[in-house]
Ligand binder design. Structure first.
Ligand SMILES: [Zn+2]
Ligand SMILES: [Zn+2]
Length: 294
């Protein structure tokens, strides 16, 4: 029987709706990997205060759930280490880390030792880490494992150092991230500024990729254009620069060029017309054509 993946209700009185765990540009991947789930339409999908399209925490929780589920179905063993006691569904083993939210305690060092022992024992193929402290602990702990072939992936949701950030952030976080970049194989950034800066300042050996479309503020999309949130496609006639930048290969410059073209020449009649914009040629079009509409 179908039921809501968040609360377990069966849709009585609040019919279930299908939700793509990875929306926007990743919609098709969600379908391919069985990551389209049922949610109570009103309460858990669109309108409730913890609904997937309202609360970014819920969306992030579903993302992590989807990652674990897809990996386990592909035959991976997925162990999760997180600080605190929260139970994590869909993993093989859960490790309760001793580190805290603040890096400036002895628990950080204890956490490194704790994880180091586990990594030595389990010999994982991949260590995937996110959140500043979690990624600090994991990357320090994985140094030895990495020398033996473990790959370390860091998903940076947003660096604390950015243009306009307080000086203290630059003094504290920039040197640390730069050092830790040496303990990383793949860095994934969400926003364009982090991506560009990482490419400039981090070691050349480090592979850096940008993943657009994760962490989308669906609630905001929905207010501006309900149609847009519905099918996950970006309407090139109405999208804001931030929305355009969620498309693969579209950064500040191309997003601005699209907006400028739109203001000058008016609406796009078809998605192919986006190739009239300077800087967007066949290859860019191939990358984005499945994710846009007029
Ligand atoms: Zn949805
Ligand atoms: Zn529900």
């Amino acid at each position: 029987m179908r039921k809501c993946i968040l609360c377990g209700r069966n849709g009585n009185g609040d019919p279930l709706e299908r939700h793509h765990i990875f929306g926007g540009a990743f919609r098709k991947k969600s379908e391919k990997y069985g990551l389209v789930v049922d949610l109570c339409g009103d309460r858990c999908h669109r309108n409730g205060k913890n609904a997937a399209h309202v609360n970014p925490e819920t969306a992030a929780k579903l993302h992590r759930y989807g990652q674990r589920k897809a990996m386990r179905e592909q035959g991976w063993t997925v162990d999760v280490a997180a600080s605190g006691e929260e139970t994590v569904p869909h993993c093989d083993k859960q490790i309760h880390g001793v580190w805290k939210r603040s890096p400036f305690t002895l628990d950080t060092l204890r956490g490194v030792r704790q994880l180091h022992r586990i990594l030595e024992q389990e010999q994982y193929d991949i260590v995937y880490c996110h959140t500043p402290v979690g990624a600090l602990v994991a990357r320090l702990a994985a140094r030895k494992a990495r020398a033996k072939g473990t790959k370390v992936v860091y998903f940076a949701h947003g660096f604390h150092f950015f243009t306009g950030a307080p000086l203290i952030n630059w003094l504290l976080f920039y040197p640390v991230e730069k050092l830790l970049a040496r303990c990383t194989d793949l860095l994934i950034t969400l926003n364009d500024e982090d991506y560009q800066r990482a490419r400039r300042v981090f070691p050349r050996k480090l592979r850096i990729e940008q993943v657009p479309g994760v962490g989308v503020d669906f609630a905001r999309l929905q207010v501006e254009d309900p149609q847009q949130a519905d099918d996950g496609l970006i309407n090139i006639n109405t999208a804001s620069p931030d929305e355009l930048k969620k498309l693969p290969g579209i950064g500040d410059i191309k997003a601005e060029a699209i907006i400028a073209y739109r203001e000058e020449a008016g609406r796009f009649d078809s998605i192919e017309d986006i190739m009239n914009v300077s800087g967007i040629k066949d290859s860019s079009y191939e990358q984005i054509k499945d994710y846009i509409k007029v």
